[in-house]
Design a protein around this ligand. Structure first.
Ligand SMILES: Cc1ncc(COP(=O)(O)O)c(C=O)c1O
Length: 367
């Protein structure tokens, strides 16, 4: 069986040892005689799974005790609405729009109050991140929202807004667990799991306790739909209803892998930075391919590039797929190519991709 190098932006590759453990435990989880897919979420086995998953996530990400962790259905997109519904207590919040997902988050926010665009990088097609220190924040904002890594445009925040008394809320869907994060800088961190954590079907939110128990201005806390209410869901430890059991189990396996096989997020970051460097160094060494992002803000998870023409881009993607490098087509908003090189992408895949790119360049330059 030949496995391909899958450069998809999400769902994405999972670490092979994790897939093998899942396979080994598929029919009989730890002597239960059942698959995790089949067992009751109220069983002692699943209770242990969810508790261990949360505990491991706390260790890996160094989550302080005054933060709750919740496992929710609805993906990151549902978080775009849950955040304002639960946290927009003053009726207004500041959004930094640095790509498509932060724009969508702001649009959801505007359904519950004022989602003020405090800064945007649209003027240069989202190829940079605004200087967070130069932004004028609204002192009345309930929170400041950012998307820490912009999956489509291949940019990332290297510094985050810090305003006394205003919590920072971050969508970390496409960079979570790729590097250490100082959780104390945030009021709420959320992410869809389908890139660096687990199969699709779940979002995780990590929320500072003092932000719970409230609601958007004009909406009483008890009027928040139950499945959108962080306080209710967290009070029942993500078990108000049937949780995404398989995703929680797989998340636990990935946490184990990060702790025991990788050696934690500092190690993971070193590996990820080295991988990204190989690709960016190659992109900067020639002028057939082009990456438009301001260097300081280049993502280490999503690397975008174009060849000289859209026709060659198409040819590149087809030839790459034939050679075992799949899903390199860029997002339709950007065109060109995008290599999503999340945690599970092995370093040798990047080395091999660069060799392939150079070969393609030699064959097509000057055409
Ligand atoms: C940064 C970011 N936020 C949000 C989303 C949307 O996530 P979901 O599909 O889980 O709703 C994505 C999806 O790719 C993303 O990359």
């Amino acid at each position: 069986m030949a496995r391909v190098y899958n450069f998809s932006a999400g769902p994405s590759m999972l670490p092979e040892p994790v897939l093998k453990t899942a396979q080994a435990e598929l029919l009989d989880y730890h002597g239960s005689g059942q698959s995790v897919m089949e067992m009751s979420h109220r069983s002692k086995w699943f209770d242990e799974i969810i508790q261990n998953t949360e505990a491991a996530m706390r260790r890996v990400l160094n989550v302080p005790d005054n933060y709750k962790i919740g496992f929710f259905q609805g993906g990151a997109t549902q978080q775009f609405a849950m955040v304002p519904l639960n946290f927009m207590t003053t009726g207004t919040a500041d959004y930094l729009v640095t790509g498509n997902f932060s724009k969508k988050a702001a649009e959801e926010g505007a359904k519950f109050g004022t989602a003020r665009i405090a800064a945007s990088s649209k003027d240069r097609n989202f190829t940079y991140i605004p200087d967070v220190k130069a932004v004028e924040y609204d002192p009345n904002a309930s929170y400041i929202h950012i998307c820490q890594n912009n999956t489509i445009f291949g940019t990332r925040f290297v510094e985050v807004p810090q305003v006394e008394g205003i919590p920072l809320v971050a969508d970390m869907s496409s960079m979570i667990f790729s590097e250490p994060v100082d959780v104390t800088k945030y009021g709420c961190i959320y992410f869809g799991v389908q890139k660096n954590v687990a199969p699709a079907g779940m979002a995780v939110a990590i929320i500072r306790e003092d932000l719970l128990g409230h609601s958007a201005k004009g909406i009483a806390p008890e009027k928040i739909p139950t499945m959108m209410n962080y306080t209710t869901l967290l009070k029942s430890n993500s078990m108000y209803n049937t949780p995404p059991c398989w995703c929680i189990y797989m998340t636990g396996l990935v946490m184990d892998y990060l702790e025991k096989e990788v050696g934690g997020l500092t190690e993971m970051q070193k590996i990820n930075e080295a991988k990204a460097k190989v690709l960016y160094d190659y992109l900067d060494s020639q002028d057939f391919y082009h990456n438009p992002v301001e260097h300081r803000y280049r993502s280490i998870m999503n690397v975008t590039f174009t060849s000289p023409t859209p026709e060659l881009d198409k040819e590149f993607c087809a030839a790459a797929a034939d050679a075992g490098f799949v899903n390199l087509k860029g997002h339709r908003l950007v065109g060109g190519m995008r290599a999503s090189i999340y945690n599970a992408m092995p370093p040798k895949a990047i080395d091999e991709l660069v060799v392939f790119m150079e070969q393609f360049r030699k064959e097509h330059a000057g055409q």
